[in-house]
Design a binder for this molecule. Sequence first.
Ligand SMILES: Cc1cc2nc3c(=O)[nH]c(=O)nc-3n(C[C@H](O)[C@H](O)[C@H](O)COP(=O)(O)OP(=O)(O)OC[C@H]3O[C@@H](n4cnc5c(N)ncnc54)[C@H](O)[C@@H]3O)c2cc1C
Length: 550
Amino acid sequence: MADDLFDFEADVLVVGTGGAGFSAAVAAALEGASVVLFERNDHIGGTTGASAGTLWIPNNHLLREQGKEDPRDDALAYMCRLAYPQYFYRDHPTMGLPAEAFELIATFYDRGSEAIERMAGAGILDLVSDTRLPDPDHRYQVFGGPWIAGFPDYAGEDMGNKLIVGRHLAPAPHGPWVLQQFEAAAERLGVELVLSHQATSVLRNDDGAVVGLQLRRGHQAVLARARKAVVFASGGYAHNPELVRRYLPGRIYGTCSTLGAQGDFVDIGIEVGAALGNMKNAWFKQVPIEAALRMPTPPSFWLPWGDAMVHVNRYGRRVVNEKMVYHDRAQAHFVYDPTRREYPNLLLFHVIDDTVMQSESMVGMRSPFPDPGQPEATFVISGDTWKELAANVDAQLAEWGPEIAGTRLDPSFAENLEATVERFNGFARTGKDLDFQRGDAVLDWSWTGPIREGSPNPTMAPFSEKGPYHCVVVGAAILDTNGGPIINPRAQVLDTAGEPIPGLYGAGNCIASPAGQAYWGPGATIGLGITYGYIAGVAAAAEPEKRFEG
Ligand SMILES: Cc1cc2nc3c(=O)[nH]c(=O)nc-3n(C[C@H](O)[C@H](O)[C@H](O)COP(=O)(O)OP(=O)(O)OC[C@H]3O[C@@H](n4cnc5c(N)ncnc54)[C@H](O)[C@@H]3O)c2cc1C
């Protein structure tokens, strides 16, 4: 029972009810700790609640049960290469990475499976892994059910990745989603769930150990006592425009994260002397600019659907494999041209022909395009000829003015676009994209459409010779950020001297992500959050009790 000073008291306090927070809470409870779980929203779930709720876990037990191997060295090489390409050197004790960065990735490999296996064993999580490659003749099969299985890694066969499917885990078919599984387990394990309470600072004793929280409930301040430790799992800062401007590269036009993603742990972390890391990275994606300028959560552009389709910049040039996963594709927006001293890809122009526009394929997976029968998308600009399309797009850009840093189409746009399309049509006919290798990776064709009979490369088709043609102007956006206080492999938050702040743990999008700049595969964000949430929960429960006075 809380004494007079405190409204709440427990061994472990957890902040945030997404995947990372629930994982920490149930892990601590499994270890026998009493737990209070706080949430600033009036509902549980955070961004996890809005997500597909799948996890990416290397060397997981479900893979192994199917006789598949995920050797440590290969998996670490894949993860390190993508997380820190600027340092990666495979034949080196830490693969060329700073030792701390390598250890965090290695710990994910070593303990991710432990986390989900233990939770499966305790009846908390019920997940499946489908290790079949998507069938080239049934390319939609990865979306054949209400769950997503057999979904390839995001860098697929690149980087010597030997295991393309199987690290991705999803709830069992027709079973409850991961968040519902966690919620039920938390209730069973006696975790006290407290909504509409926003942690605003941590309480420390005279030894500097974290021994509680101050929280805001409406207009009131309330105090909570942690006998052992506090775990932050409060999500990123995607809905805090000031922090987004301060830390992220380029210009960010939206997010699909919870409104609770305000970056509270950035300020709280700074206040207790935490070192910040990975602040320039996020889980990136794209959004249509027109929608982003009028709504806080514009529809996401995941993997552009369609075959007669290209992304070009304001010079009418392709700049990326359009079927590249959203996270990497979006980073094409951040390229700086030192010669012109500009961001030539600040906006990209997603161009399709009318066959793609009218196609009824990929229902449910066409975002941001509406499904057939839904109201038309307001962000589509059309023109009967390339010239007319360019004029209409440019007129729209002129209206947006400061929102897009005055970006206009270069006078060469229409002519270059025609040449780009002609070159692309040649690639589509031969099936080989000599510029960006579109269609070479399993991921490219496992999430595509429409598919035409006899196409040598189903991700590409020649544009029709006649308009109308259509364009959506897109910009960089984020699922959420993934920078914040730095943790060590025990999920302890580190101060600027690299020492753990006693009693303070972190996991999920609120901390400096072990993923660095990578998005390894579908479910990587929740997989990491659940793994480090579990590590934090177990370690927090094992902490000695601390006196409030110090
Ligand atoms: C449409 C969509 C699909 C996605 N699909 C996937 C997927 O399948 N797999 C995957 O890995 N990722 C996916 N993502 C990304 C993923 O949802 C997030 O990266 C992940 O869920 C973040 O988990 P988290 O626990 O760190 O944070 P969250 O789930 O955001 O939880 C943090 C919680 O903390 C609360 N909070 C914040 N500050 C405070 C405070 N001061 N006091 C109390 N509470 C606070 C927030 O309100 C929030 O509820 C998807 C995202 C979207 C939007």
